[in-house]
Design a protein around this ligand. Structure first.
Ligand code: FAD
Length: 412
């Protein structure tokens, strides 16, 4: 076991993998990434991996664009981690169509290709849908689908090749802080001395923060999706990812199956202590809770009413009180950094998050305006777990709602 490292990262999910890779690329390979379980065994292990780049701020959109630029080149044993199938976002009302127009213009200002399509043009890219009632669609040709585990494993391999270390099965149990700065971490395998610590621990991040007096305002929220049996209608065909915000659902193709997920109006936060099971981020599936989303999806994709379900997943994903990431230095303790609270777009975000955080750690200042993601924005707010859960539930339940801002937040 290492006795010291220049930088310790807690969490070998897709975020920790990307942070280590980018630090190593910037000439800081003395990075030790610790995980309590297997590498890539947390939330990253079961994300369906829709990759959308357009978000409500230019900085976040640029982070997501950086992810796609990185992901395009990542594969493991010839299996690509990213498939650039494009994405469609439907409008079923004039108000939504106006939002899509704003989003197209905003995307173009960010340098992101975006086209407004008629319902007929959208149907060509997703022929399984019922196009009646569709007023138009935003088509993003460079969006796509990821296999998050492949991306994370590829980044771990590339980071290791540059000198970074990844150690599975090593739970962090404490953090040594003296005179307002971090000095080391205690693990089940012994102490590691470090002056720089990155908390990239997904839904466990608040518990890690408590070890060093850094409040991390996020809660795990249950997020469900299903995967169908193979569909004859998809044989020999590739369809774009589909987001139907007026029906609160998203769909992506996986092989010849469809994955269907969405954002319930009555979401559930998970405030119980995280269980120490094999994969505590996977929870029992609740069909009754998912039923309204299935019904809504069937109105848009009628064949869903007749197909068999092959897989049902309930994952736990971090949501923050305002729907923005938590990224940057912890104001309370020198040397502590956070990268978490990804609000269901952490696979889309991780590539750019790793780059942005590594640049910030190495150069001492961020290359993008990341103020909206900083922990400082919650300074002075006495947010207990109940308050965080209430606000995060509001973010989740309105994920696809039309916003007054240039672009909506919900692109997953
Ligand atoms: C159902 C579902 C669907 C999703 N769909 C999408 C999608 O379509 N597109 C998208 O972009 N995102 C999606 N997401 C979100 C995305 O999966 C997550 O944001 C992302 O995987 C988080 O990665 P991470 O590395 O931050 O966390 P994780 O992958 O959870 O990694 C954190 C790691 O920290 C480790 N750890 C925790 N505590 C300790 C400790 N004390 N000591 C050592 N190690 C520790 C854990 O073991 C874990 O491996 C989805 C999430 C869910 C649940």
């Amino acid at each position: 076991m290492h006795k010291r490292a220049e930088i310790v990262v807690i969490g070998a999910g897709i975020a920790g993998a990307s942070i280590a890779l980018h630090l190593a690329r910037l000439g800081r390979p003395d990075v030790l990434v610790l995980d309590q379980g297997e590498l890539v065994s947390g939330t990253t292990s079961h994300a369906p991996g829709l990759i959308g780049q357009l978000r409500s701020s230019a900085s976040l959109t640029r982070i997501l664009m950086a992810s796609v630029a990185l992901y395009r080149g990542l594969s493991v044993d010839g299996v690509p981690g990213f498939d650039q199938v494009g994405s469609l976002r439907l409008a079923s009302s004039d108000e939504r169509l106006a939002e899509l127009r704003r989003q197209r213009d905003f995307a173009r200002r960010c340098g992101l290709e975006a086209h407004l399509l008629s319902s007929g043009e959208a149907l060509e890219r997703f022929p399984l849908m019922e196009a009646r009632g569709v007023r138009g669609a935003l088509f993003m040709p460079t969006d796509g689908s990821a296999t998050a585990t492949v991306l994370a494993q590829a980044m771990i391999r590339d980071a290791r090749a540059l000198g970074a270390s990844f150690v599975p099965g090593t739970r962090v149990t404490g953090i040594d802080v003296a005179q307002g700065a971090v000095h080391g971490v205690q693990t089940e395998g012994g102490r590691v001395e470090t002056q720089t610590l990155v908390i990239a621990s997904g839904i466990w991040s608040p518990a890690i923060g408590r070890m060093c007096g850094v409040p991390i305002p996020l809660v795990p929220m249950e997020h469900q999706y299903i995967e169908t049996e193979p569909l004859a209608a998809l044989a020999g065909r590739t369809v774009a990812n589909l987001r139907d915000p007026d029906n609160l659902v998203y769909l992506r193709q996986k092989g010849t199956s469809l994955i269907l997920g969405g954002y319930e109006r009555d979401p559930r936060s998970f405030l119980t202590a995280l269980p120490r099971t094999e994969n505590p981020t996977v929870r029992p599936f609740d069909r009754a809770h998912f039923a309204a989303l299935v019904r809504a999806a069937e109105t848009r994709v009628p064949l869903l009413a007749h197909c068999q379900v092959a897989r049902e997943v309930t994952g736990l994903e971090s949501f923050t009180p305002d729907g923005a990431f938590l990224l940057g230095p912890a104001p309370a303790v020198r040397g502590v950094w956070v990268a978490c609270g990804f609000c269901a777009h952490g696979v889309s975000g991780a590539g750019g998050v790793g780059q942005a955080l590594a640049e910030w750690i190495v150069s001492g200042r961020p290359q993008l305006d990341l103020a909206a993601m900083s922990l400082v924005r919650f300074a002075g707010q006495a947010l207990d777990e109940q308050a965080i859960a209430r606000l995060a539930s509001g973010v989740y339940s309105t994920y696809y709602d039309i916003t007054a801002a240039t672009a909506g937040t919900g692109a997953t």
